[in-house]
Design a protein. Sequence first.
Length: 90
Amino acid sequence: MAAYIVTYDLHKQGQNYSCITKKLEEYGYYCHLQGSVWVIVTSQNCVQIRDNLMQCLDANDKLFVGQLAGEAAWTGYTNNISDWLKGALS
């Protein structure tokens, strides 16, 4: 299993985020870092994750999925989130 960063911009005014939120939470091992930025751990690859989440997007929305590997650094997060990230990225 690998860790992936998922970011998105839903451009439609008043866009309902519940669809993409639900799909991200269904991965089971996830961290909602901020606004539209999540980290998930899954055995799926980037294309499979993208295709799964695309069901929630409109034609003008943006979505990025990238595998996290190597170093990472952060600041300003709670101990719970920092601990989650350390575990997911190790």
